[in-house]
Design a binder for this molecule. Structure first.
Ligand code: GUN
Ligand code: ZN
Length: 416
């Protein structure tokens, strides 16, 4: 296969006209200008197309795929009245159809890789994961949500039963982690819904599986932080609760990180854990404005996530826009020195950086030898200038995507 167009190899530079030869699922050759004469039969793209790496979402909840837009509540009451019922619904036999909807929507918006949450129902999650692995081309890291308090029985029963019957259970479904493209993580929901014992068990489990990913939420809303200090009165701060349980590791994804002290940022940096900024969700739930400046000052490893359904948008270019806009709002309000990410930086994060942070350095980039995981974007001719990446971010629509190429194959999300 041959793909022609303006190659978004480095989003800080205007993409130049060129071509990619795809062979055995990888980018075999990259050329500039017009393609060679002896072209393969299948040629995609064209002179006014942009060729970009596909997107990676570092934080999404599949069971919440139909819960976007239920507005008016802050985090904790929103979980109670919107999210827990949706997760119960997933557990009552709807997991497969919801997983399919989520997969279709991600593919439609150009997301080929993600890290996410299921629910606390081990058995039905297993079926959903088998579906995602066998019937979709997505790469993923997903975990069963661990939670044993402060939620309906139907969501906490499995973890409470395990605590009484098996003292050190495997919190994940490790048997499903077949290869690097499909991995199972441990997902303690957050300190509010996990007892000390549950967090500690997962920490011990991770010591035996140091390569495994841990996903959790940290310091998203002030009300949540206040509740955590009541539930864990002996810990100096929220981040210390996870650290004491050995949950701050270089393979830990900490979603949100909105309300952190300097000590907490320092601890996260020291442990090399990854902060996942979810800008759309933070605004939707009025949780707060992520402090990008602090993350830079502390040299934090930073990923971006949609956090569907607190984030209403599954499209990563819209998340990239929220990342830029949050920093702009901070500059206009609380921090006149706040740096503002450029569109190129934002595009890099939703492609290459997110892929690297989730352990997939062979995708999210246009390089020879990289996986041919690409989007062919057809844009108006007038966009082809030095602002192209900003134009893509601020005018994003899935209609811009003409073809989705995964591992060298054209994929149609409607056919899933
Ligand atoms: N904190 C704990 N659970 C959740 C969740 O499902 N969504 C968000 N946004 N925050 C959480
Ligand atoms: Zn979340």
């Amino acid at each position: 296969m041959l793909i022609r167009g303006r190659l978004l190899i480095d989003p800080t530079r205007s993409p130049e006209l060129g071509w990619l030869r795809i062979e055995s699922a990888r980018i075999a050759e990259i050329g500039t200008g017009d393609p060679p004469r002896d072209q393969p039969a299948q040629t995609l793209g064209g002179r006014d197309c942009i060729i970009s790496p596909a997107f990676t979402d570092a934080h999404i909840h599949l069971p919440q795929i139909d819960s976007a837009g239920c507005d008016g509540l802050p985090l904790l009451p929103w979980l109670e009245s919107v999210i827990f019922p949706a997760e119960i619904w997933w557990g009552r036999g709807h997991a497969l159809s919801m997983a399919r909807t989520a997969a279709r929507r991600m593919l439609r918006e150009g997301t080929f890789n993600f890290a996410g949450y299921l629910t606390s129902h081990a058995e039905i999650n297993r079926e959903a994961v088998a579906y995602l692995r066998d019937k979709t081309p997505l790469r993923f890291i997903v975990g069963r949500v661990a939670m044993d308090r402060n939620a309906p029985d139907e969501l906490t029963a499995e973890d409470r039963a395990r605590a009484s019957s098996r003292p050190v259970p495997s919190p994940a479904m490790a048997s499903l982690g077949s290869n690097n493209n499909h991995r199972i993580s441990a997902n303690p929901r957050f300190a509010v819904s996990c007892t000390d014992e549950l967090l500690a068990e997962i920490g011990w489990w991770h010591k035996e599986h140091p390569e495994a990913i841990i996903q959790t939420h940290l310091a998203e809303s002030q009300q949540e932080c206040a509740l955590v200090s009541e539930l864990f009165p002996r810990d100096p701060h929220y981040t210390a609760v996870y650290d004491r349980a050995n949950l701050l590791t270089p393979t830990t994804l900490l979603a949100h990180c909105v309300h952190l002290s300097d000590d907490e940022w320092r601890l996260i940096a020291q442990r090399r854990s990854i902060a996942v900024h979810c800008p759309a969700a933070n605004i939707f739930l009025t949780s707060g404005l992520f402090d990008y400046h602090a993350a830079l000052r502390h040299d934090i490893r930073l990923a971006l996530g949609s956090d569907v359904a607190a984030g209403a948008d599954i499209a990563m270019p819209r998340v990239a826009r929220g990342y830029i806009e949050t920093a702009k709002v901070r500059r206009m309000t609380v921090d006149p020195d706040s740096p503002i990410p450029t569109p190129a930086d934002a595009w890099n994060r939703i492609t290459r950086e997110n892929a690297d942070l989730l352990g997939w350095p062979d995708t999210g980039r246009i390089e020879t030898g990289a996986a041919a995981d690409l989007l062919v974007l057809r844009v108006p001719e007038t966009w082809l200038d030095e602002h192209i990446v900003g134009r893509l971010i601020y005018n994003w629509s899935s209609r811009l995507i003409e073809s989705r190429i995964i591992a060298g194959q054209a994929v149609d999300p409607a056919k899933l």
